[in-house]
Design a binder for this molecule. Sequence first.
Ligand code: SF4
Length: 118
Amino acid sequence: MAQKGLLMCVCQGTCPSFQQMNIFDVGNAIRRENLVDYVAVHPQLCSTDGDKFLTTLLKGDMTDKLFIAACDPNMQVKMFRDALEAAGFDKNNIRGVDIRNMNTEQAVDAITKMVTAE
Ligand code: SF4
């Protein structure tokens, strides 16, 4: 069955842009509302192993839409292009939102808006 997923990335947890939120509380809030079928945090999606993770996750037809909460969505599209191509995943089925410099509540709101706009 095709599913919707939410991936969150926080620059290894060391970037100041992500220090005002509790990323686990953010993911829990989205889970509790059943807004997506799965939620995961990756420490550095734009790294080589992040690419491998994305390709592995998106191969096959388990996920039909992937929401990514991390840095600038325009940067995300460029950084994840190779991984998506390797997985055969249509980039039009990715949605991104920038949650940098937000607190927990703001990040939950931003992600909720992105997911419910679909
Ligand atoms: S994908 Fe964005 S948020 Fe994640 S490690 Fe790379 S630059 Fe940071």
